[in-house]
Design a protein around this ligand. Structure first.
Ligand SMILES: [Zn+2]
Length: 270
C-alpha cells in the first residue's frame, strides 16, 4: 500500500481502517486524518487554522465526502451500504478535487457494506485513483472481508480492542518509553532483551504498539514526550515492521530495525 505523506504530518495511507468502540469516536478520528491530509498550514498537521482544516471541522469541505447507510422513506437508516453507493463513490473519485490537493472519502459504518459493496470497495482500494484517500470507519472490523482489511492501514482509537493483553501493552509502553528517552543504549538494551520473541508474538507486539501510537496521535493517550513528528515516524516504522513480519522476516531483524530507526535524527529515513 502506497503511503502518502503530508510533509512530516500524520502519515496518510490511501486506505485506512479507523476502528473505535463507538462510531462517533471513529468519525472524529477520521475527520482529523482528513484534515491532516488536506491541511496546507504549518506543522504539526492538521494545523486547525488553515481554511481546509476549518472547513473540515465545520463539515463543509467539498473534498471530504462522507458516505454511509441511506435512509428509507420513513427516515430510518437502511440495513446496508449498497454496491451502487460504492460505484458512485468510485466514479466520483476519478474527478479532480474542488479546492484541495486530494479528495478524502469517509465511509461511516464500513462494516454495513454488503458483500457486493465490499467487493466493489476492494477493487477501488486495490487501484485507488491518484491522490484519493479512503477512510473506512468501523466499530467491528471483523465484519469486513479479510481482503478489504488487508488493503488498509489500521488505526485503532480508544478501547476498541477491548481487553488487551496486559503484557503486550507493557511491552509497547516500555518500547515507546525507550524511544522517547532518546537514549540509544536504552533502546538497544530493550530490543536485544526482546529479540527472542516468536514471530506471532512479535506481530502482536507491533500491532499493539501501533495501536498505542495511533491513540497518542489521536490525543487519547499521553505522548510520553514524543513529538507528533516522532510519533509519525515511529508509526511508519512499525508499519514497515508489520509488513516485514507478514513476509516472515526474522524477529531479530525486526528488533534490529526498531533499535536503529526508532530514534529520529540518525539512521532514520524520516
Ligand atoms: Zn490546516
Amino acid at each position: 500500500m502506497e503511503e502518502i505523506r503530508t510533509e512530516n504530518a500524520l502519515p496518510v495511507s490511501q486506505a485506512t481502517l479507523v476502528c473505535a468502540a463507538s462510531i462517533d469516536e471513529a468519525m472524529t478520528a477520521a475527520r482529523d486524518i482528513a484534515a491532516a491530509a488536506l491541511c496546507t498550514g504549518p506543522e504539526p498537521r492538521p494545523c486547525r487554522q488553515c481554511s481546509h482544516c476549518r472547513k473540515v471541522a465545520r463539515g463543509i469541505h467539498p473534498d471530504v465526502i462522507i458516505l454511509g447507510r441511506l435512509e428509507d422513506d420513513k427516515g430510518r437508516p437502511k440495513r446496508e451500504i449498497s454496491v451502487d453507493q460504492i460505484r458512485d463513490l468510485s466514479a466520483d473519485s476519478c474527478i479532480l478535487p474542488n479546492e484541495a490537493r486530494r479528495k478524502v472519502y469517509i465511509i461511516r459504518e464500513a462494516e454495513t457494506m454488503n458483500i457486493p459493496a465490499q467487493n466493489a470497495a476492494l477493487k477501488l482500494l486495490e487501484e485507488p485513483p491518484l491522490g484519493a484517500v479512503f477512510l473506512l470507519c468501523t466499530t467491528n472490523p471483523s465484519q469486513l472481508l479479510p481482503t478489504v482489511r488487508s488493503r488498509c492501514t489500521r488505526i485503532i482509537c480508544g478501547t476498541a480492542a477491548g481487553e488487551q493483553d496486559k503484557e503486550l501493552e507493557s511491552l509497547a509502553e516500555a518500547y515507546l518509553k525507550a524511544a522517547a528517552s532518546g537514549s540509544r543504549a536504552k533502546l538497544f538494551g530493550w530490543c536485544s532483551s526482546n529479540e527472542a520473541m516468536d514471530g506471532r508474538r512479535a506481530a502482536d507486539f507491533v500491532d499493539c504498539a501501533m495501536e498505542r501510537v495511533g491513540d497518542m496521535l489521536c490525543g487519547r493517550k499521553k505522548d510520553l514526550g514524543l513529538s507528533s513528528k516522532q510519533l509519525t515516524d515511529i508509526y511508519a516504522l512499525l508499519q514497515r515492521c508489520a509488513a516485514y513480519l507478514r513476509l516472515n522476516v526474522g524477529v531479530k531483524h525486526i528488533f534490529g530495525l526498531l533499535a536503529v530507526d526508532s530514534i529520529s535524527g540518525s539512521g532514520n529515513r524520516g
